[in-house]
Design a protein around this ligand. Sequence first.
Ligand code: ATP
Ligand code: MG
Length: 498
Amino acid sequence: MSTPHTALAMRGIIKSFAGNTVLADVNLSANSGEVLALLGENGAGKSTLMKILAGVHQPDAGEIFIDGKPVKIANPVDSLHHGVAMIYQELSLAPHLTVAENIFLGREPASSLGIINQKAMNEKAAALLQEYGFKLAPKAKVGQLSTAKRQLVEITRAIVEAKRVIVMDEPTSSLTSHEVEDLFRLIRDLKARGLAVIYISHRLEELDEIADQVTILRDGRAVYSGKWGAISTDEVIQHMAGRELKEIFPPRHAKIGEVKLRVSNLNRPPKFTDINFEARAGEVVGIAGLAGAGRTELVEAIYGTQPATSGEINLRGNTIQHSTPHQSVVNGLSLLTEDRKRTGLCLNLSLATNLTLANVKALLTSGMLQTKAETVAATNYIDKLHIRPPSPTKTVGRMSGGNQQKVLLGRWLFAKTQVFLLDEPTRGVDVAARSEIYREVNELAEAGAAIVMVSSDLPELLGMADRILVMRRGRMVAELKAKETTQEEILKYAAVEE
Ligand SMILES: Nc1ncnc2c1ncn2[C@@H]1O[C@H](COP(=O)(O)OP(=O)(O)OP(=O)(O)O)[C@@H](O)[C@H]1O
Ligand SMILES: [Mg+2]
């Protein structure tokens, strides 16, 4: 193996949006054949810095060098031309096209007449997907795939494009452990091929396996760069947050009370079959499982987005015949969805509007919306959840990914429901903010709410849940006490024998 050399250097990068400085003189360099972990709290500027490299944004000042040569990257095509490809945090696929079409978009195999050869394209895609170990059908429409599967398509597309540098902006945020292992195998291949990999993640524990170097951003400045492992995880977090973080999982002092939600013989084959469980006041019930196990479909059925075909849902003592999302909220049940862009936020509306959307009636006086009350409510949750920037009027689509997630959570906190279904509640949320969210969840439980938490992050389930239910292929296969189980045991139940 050749000794690593600097494949990419970014020098003195400055960027502001509408007068707000987001990047203030950032330097970063990445070696060929290595993984650079790019870390920082939500809103620190990671995605913006990488979008400058990908030609999506133009810097106000600064230079970019590839293999030592200065380059101008005016648009995404330029960046591909210089061998730079990016996996975007907010997936950028075309939903009405197939998996194969998305992988080869703009580079489809064509005949001499310029006609796209569908058959060749599908075969090529199938071969790649098989090589990478991703279980995806080349002809499936991307819009119909789960978030995790779409993430795999996005990864495949970028790997095909990358020649010198590949940026992965939270590639594992909705993947489960098996898929993460597949991705890490691919990353090792990319390193062996001499690519520089820039890897953004809030799952610090996964970095030990792949990171060689680390750069930490805080408030738009690079505050630390060095070899991965040279400083402890606690020090990494300190650099990210600018303060010490006492405990990630705060203690909970909730009394477990009456049953708030009971699900009996719930079915929607082939997604899930014969599901039975209950959640009590003061309790956090975790649901584990691999992607495709039916967890999201189950909570969507309880909420009413995609109703079950048979079975019974009992909410606070009342049987719910036909649940619809609207009726659910009225009945005191809310769902935090895993795909905030598609099913959660109104991206072109303000932070305050998004935050208060599910409980607008609390803001009405004689039928009139009290904008002042809206601002007060929003400000309260901005403080509680450390939402950045702390501006009620900010357009949600312009906020960083993790902060969007906090707005969505704030919406349900403000709606003050009694039963919460949380689907991947901390997806893309930084460590410090995650701990704030856990504190909120604990407060809800302490106030007598029942919480059902679907998560692919096993340390999170072990740290937060009282009981963990494991789903496999649409069935509930185990119920474990969080205090007495381990990641290994959960995975043993979750794993599908081939
Ligand atoms: N198009 C835009 N217009 C205005 N402000 C923006 C835009 N894009 C990003 N910002 C702001 O830039 C700051 C940095 O955002 P960025 O998305 O780079 O953060 P990040 O480090 O990737 O965070 P996360 O971990 O949440 O993904 C945020 O305050 C965000 O609101
Ligand atoms: Mg980001």
